[in-house]
Ligand binder design. Structure first.
Ligand code: ATP
Ligand code: MG
Length: 417
């Protein structure tokens, strides 16, 4: 099955909204065995939408759109595509009641314009929206050419895709189709070329599966893709190939797919019955935010100090005022004193500290922008490292948080360095 994707909205053309719907749908369909053969974006204009849908129906005969299903005047998708299929709109009382009920539940009066959302083209199949008011629509002509309309709001689109559209498409591709599936092996603490060297021949692909190197602030992700197999065999091949990558770079791999290193550290601490504290200067609480973003962190993460000024480093963590005065805040001694102060005062077995210059100002010849000292403490042992990260302020801070978490991960997994 081949389809075209059309995302609709002036905001997308202007670049104010990034087309995440297109990427999300393409991935979900690939996993189902449906190939997206073309992706397009048009503005909110009626003519643009009509032309784009007509062309896609002529070319491919199968179109998914997102956006423009709302109640306002700039939402024309429903009317225009009904016109392309030559269908009139009528008020659907059941849908009207649903929209009304949704507003009643929210306790607000329904704006009159929401009546539009109950206007359904003749012969349309309604795709239920359990996450918002705009129903989705499926229109099909006598030749079997179809267009499915999903809302623009990503959360509503994702819900409707999963609950309504994917089951329909799964029925169309038949049993056990060829699918495109990926597996990501996540590494950190090693550069792209060093990693490629370490992987040797595997860098060119594993068991016939192509391998992509994807560097970003968390580290280098290695993505394996299977495009020619049916789902069970694809999963088995990906699992075997991922294991080979793990074995080839064991020190640097911290997980697969969406795994966050913060979650890995929490799990390791939980297993070993240790509790975590943080002492953050340059990252201003970023590690704490990453740890607490993970559900269930409260049994492991005690809390931390945002020790941004020397005053707080001294008062709250006990870093020596003389040390700070004589040597400044960005050096190994301060990083060590911060983590030891935090672990000691809060009574934790595991700690992390970060002090550095995130920029864009504040760098000196000896301590350029991007200089970060970090320290980690696990069960009485403290390790520290100095790094110079590249990137803008945000990237430097993210990379620093990742490096500190990785230092703890290595200590908890008993790695020598
Ligand atoms: P509404 O009922 O809110 O009007 P809608 O179905 O009419 O929903 P749009 O008005 O086109 O959808 O978009 C609503 C919001 O959804 C946009 O402001 C934007 O934030 C988001 N959005 C729309 N299209 C996309 C897209 N392709 N990718 C990511 N976000 C999108
Ligand atoms: Mg809208």
């Amino acid at each position: 099955v081949q389809i075209e994707l059309l995302t609709i909205g002036d905001e997308l053309l202007l670049g104010f909204t990034i087309d995440t719907n297109g990427a999300y749908i393409a991935r979900a369909l690939a996993a189902l065995g449906v190939a997206v053969v073309r992706r397009g974006t048009v503005g909110d204009g009626a003519d643009e939408i009509a032309t784009a849908v007509r062309e896609a129906l002529d070319r491919t005969g199968a179109v998914i759109t997102t956006g423009g299903l709302g109640p306002t005047a700039d939402d024309r998708t429903r009317d225009v595509i009904a016109g392309v299929f030559g269908r009139k709109l009528h008020r659907d009382d059941a849908i009207f009641a649903q929209v009304e009920a949704r507003f009643r539940k929210l306790g607000v009066p329904m704006p009159p314009s929401n009546v539009n959302q109950a206007m359904i083209p003749e012969g349309a199949r309604v795709l239920t929206n359990r996450h918002g008011t705009a129903p989705g629509l499926w229109l099909e002509d006598e030749r079997g050419r179809w267009c499915a309309m999903l809302p623009g709001i990503p959360r509503e689109m994702r819900g409707m895709l999963k609950e309504e559209l994917l089951p329909i498409l799964a029925g169309m591709v038949g049993a056990d189709p060829t699918v495109v599936l990926s597996r990501t092996v996540r590494t950190t603490g090693i550069g792209e070329s060093a990693l490629a060297e370490m992987l040797g021949d595997l860098a060119k692909g594993v068991d016939g599966l192509p391998l992509a190197f994807l560097p970003a602030w968390p580290g280098v992700d290695l993505r394996l893709t299977s495009a020619e197999r049916r789902a069970p065999s694809a999963e088995a091949c990906l699992t075997a190939a991922a294991a080979k990558l793990r074995a080839a770079a064991p020190r640097y791999v911290y997980g697969e797919d969406d795994t966050d290193l913060a979650g890995v550290v929490l799990d390791l601490c939980r297993e070993q019955k240790m509790r975590i504290v943080t002492a953050e200067s340059a990252t201003g609480g970023l590690i704490g935010a990453r740890l607490t973003a993970i559900p269930g962190s409260s049994d492991v993460f005690l809390g931390g100090t945002i020790a941004y000024t020397n005053f707080v480093k001294n008062r709250e963590l006990g870093v020596s005022a003389e040390l700070l005065r004589d040597r400044g805040a960005v050096n190994e001694e301060v990083a060590r004193a911060m983590v030891e102060g935090a672990c000691g005062r809060f009574g934790a077995e595991v700690g992390m500290s970060i002090t550095g210059v995130a920029g864009p100002d504040g760098g000196t010849p000896e301590t350029p922008v991007g200089t970060i000292w970090l320290a980690a403490r696990v069960a009485g042992e403290t390790r520290a490292a100095g790094k110079v990260f590249v990137g803008d302020r945000e990237e430097i801070r993210l990379r620093a948080s990742q490096a500190a978490l990785d230092m703890v991960r290595r200590m908890l997994t008993r790695q020598i360095t």
